[in-house]
Every structure is written in C-alpha cells, then in structure tokens.
Design a binder for this molecule. Structure first.
Ligand SMILES: Nc1ncnc2c1ncn2[C@@H]1O[C@H](COP(=O)(O)OP(=O)(O)O)[C@@H](O)[C@H]1O
Ligand SMILES: Cc1ncc(C[n+]2csc(CCOP(=O)(O)OP(=O)(O)O)c2C)c(N)n1
Ligand SMILES: [Mg+2]
Ligand SMILES: [Mg+2]
Ligand SMILES: [Mg+2]
Length: 306
C-alpha cells in the first residue's frame, strides 16, 4: 500500500478523512479551511493533549489502531471530566515520510471508533512530515446548558469517589517494560484505556462538586482538586479498588498509575453513590492529599521528571 511520503500530503489527507464518519454535531467536517461544530449551549469545552512517540507510546508495544483509540480517549475523557458531552476532535499528525499508509489509516480507524464510543467524531486536523510521530489532539464538547464540573468545588465533608479502572495501565506498562509476560488483560488495558464516558453525566446527576480524569496518577490528580478547591483529601488504602490481577504492586499502581482515565470526583456526603463508584476517601480542611493519614510522597507522572 506504500508510504505516506508516496501518497503526498493531499493524498494522505484524502485517504484518512475517508475513514471518518461524521456525527450530528459536526455541521461541516474535513475539507474546508475549518470545521463547523454545533454548540447549542454557546459555551464550548476545549482541551488539547500531545502524544509523542517514545514518551506516550512505542510502535513496538502498541499497534496504530490502539494508539488512535488511546489518543482519542485521553482527550475525550478531559471533556467528560468537565461534565460536558464530547462533540468533535481535531487531530494534528506529524510522521516520518516512510510511515506506512496503512499504519496511518489504522490510526484513524482507532480515532474514529473511540470517538464513536463517546458520541463524537473527528472533524478535521493537519498532517506534516517529521522525524518522529507526534499526535496533537484537540477535543471539543458541549455543556448542554449546565455549568462546568471544575476541580475547584470540593468542600470539607464531601466524599471522594472513583469510577473506572485504576492501576491497570501502569501494571500493563510495567509488564511491557519487563518484556511482555503476564496477564494479557493488563497489557491490553495499557494499550487501550476504556474511560467510562457516562461517568460525567452521572457524576453531575449525583451532585458532584468536583471532577477530573486520572491521567497522571490518583494521588497526584486528586492533588489538583485539593489545590484548586483549597481543601485536603484523605484517602484510605483499604477502600481502594485493587483487584488481584494487578499483582503485588497493585496498591502502588492504583495510587500512582496514570493513563486509565478513570474519573475521580467529590460528592456531598448525602449523595447515594451507585455501585459503579467506589468511595475512597473524604474531603477535610487543610491542604494536600493524605493516604492512611500520611503524606504518600511523590509518585505519578511528571513529564519533566522522567
Ligand atoms: N502549553 C500550555 N499552554 C497553556 N495551557 C496549558 C499548557 N499546558 C497545560 N496547560 C493547561 O494546564 C492545565 C492542566 O493540564 P494537564 O495537566 O495536561 O491536564 P490533563 O491531565 O487534564 O490533560 C489545563 O488546563 C491545560 O490547558
Ligand atoms: C513508551 C511509554 N513510556 C511511558 C509511558 C507512561 N506515560 C506516558 S505519559 C503518561 C501520563 C499521561 O500523559 P500526559 O501527557 O501527562 O497526559 P495528561 O495528563 O496531559 O492528560 C504516562 C503514565 C507510556 N505510556 N509509554
Ligand atoms: Mg493534558
Ligand atoms: Mg484531565
Ligand atoms: Mg499529565
């Protein structure tokens, strides 16, 4: 099928955009100077994340379809974490000219399928030749008239709860780094996160006071809620969902592992949480995050400390 260099810029764009079904929020999709996306609420949620080969994914560890799923999921989860409904993605792709055209097409199939799982579509993007693969993904969402669910609304007395897998991606990454043995479910979880997209609307319905998606690690990301809200968050390790499959380092993976894109939120104490949410702690007065009453120390992902 050849390389993207042989296809050329416009040939590649044509091949990729043909693979992108358009949902109802995209009023004008790929092909013009810009896309047109519906914004019924007149307030657009917008977020962007970069994925760089070697730092966010390795082509020998993940295939293009899963890289596409993950790139979309990482951004769609940020929209959902604002309490919004994802509508559209814009995708910047930089790649070496000898990249297989079929590799790029599978990447776009992954992007399109993950968007479909969240009710969104890829409405446009850009391609450029480069020495390594970089994906720059921007996601847009609609608040549907409701206020955003920010990181700053947690109040002392709230319950802290999580929905979605935690630690699975980190455990899978550790297995890949060690040569790829171990439970296939963990490696699959690293390659393709499965954010429970319905958690945003659900958290809103439950009266959530703050919400975010866990990309860098539970403790580190709860630290963002604590800082933004001016509160302390106290986690009890016995309450954490640590399934057997995570192995002997399970609790550490759950506390510090990123990239599962679970949702963590704070809820009024009287909220009746369904079983899909695990209550893992409480909000108190003070600052920072404590685990079992102690400062857990550094952990979690920091791009400038790896
Ligand atoms: N280069 C940048 N320019 C402007 N804002 C940025 C930049 N990098 C990060 N931010 C902002 O910092 C906040 C936290 O970013 P990040 O930790 O990447 O969040 P998330 O984990 O949800 O993707 C976001 O509001 C983001 O827009
Ligand atoms: C090859 C490789 N090495 C390391 C990791 C682990 N890793 C990379 S980025 C990241 C954190 C999440 O990415 P980030 O860019 O910080 O996303 P954001 O927090 O902005 O959503 C982790 C745990 C990986 N996925 N692949
Ligand atoms: Mg980010
Ligand atoms: Mg986030
Ligand atoms: Mg991060």
């Amino acid at each position: 099928m050849g390389t993207i260099g042989e296809l050329g810029e416009f040939g590649l764009v044509g091949r990729l955009t043909r693979r992108l079904p358009q949902g109802p929020d995209v009023l004008l999709g790929p092909g013009d100077d810009a896309a047109v996306v519906a914004a019924p609420d007149a307030r657009v949620v917008a977020t962007t994340d970069l994925l760089v080969e070697g730092r966010h994914f390795r082509r020998d560890w993940s295939g293009p379809y899963d890289i596409g799923r993950k790139a979309a999921a990482q951004n769609l989860a940020d929209v959902v974490a604002m309490g919004a409904r994802p509508t559209a993605l814009l995708v910047g792709l930089a790649a070496p000219l000898d990249t297989g055209a079929d590799w790029a097409e599978r990447l776009y199939d992954g992007l399109a399928d993950e968007c479909a799982a969240a009710g969104a579509s890829v409405a446009g993007g850009d391609v450029v030749g480069a020495s390594e693969i970089t994906l720059a993904v921007t996601a847009l969402g609609d608040l549907g008239g409701a206020p955003p669910l920010t990181r700053s609304g947690a109040r002392p007395g709230d319950v802290v709860a999580v929905r979605g897998r935690l630690g699975w991606s980190a455990a899978g990454l550790a297995l890949l780094a060690a040569g790829g043995g171990g439970p296939a479910e963990l490696i699959a979880a690293h390659r393709r996160p499965a954010p429970p997209y319905e958690a945003g609307a659900q958290a809103r319905g439950l009266g959530a006071t703050a919400l975010l998606d866990v990309s860098d690690g539970l403790v580190q990301d709860l630290g963002h809620i604590a800082a933004a809200s001016g509160v302390r968050i106290e986690i009890g390790s016995a309450a954490l969902p640590v399934p057997e499959i995570l192995g002997p380092d399970g609790t550490r993976h759950v506390l510090t592992g990123g990239e599962d894109h679970a949702f963590a939120g704070t809820f009024p104490a009287e909220a009746v949480l369904p079983s899909s949410w695990s209550a893992v702690g409480v909000v108190t007065e003070g600052a920072g995050v404590l685990v079992d009453g102690r400062d857990p120390g550094p952990g979690g992902w920091d791009h400038f400390r790896v």
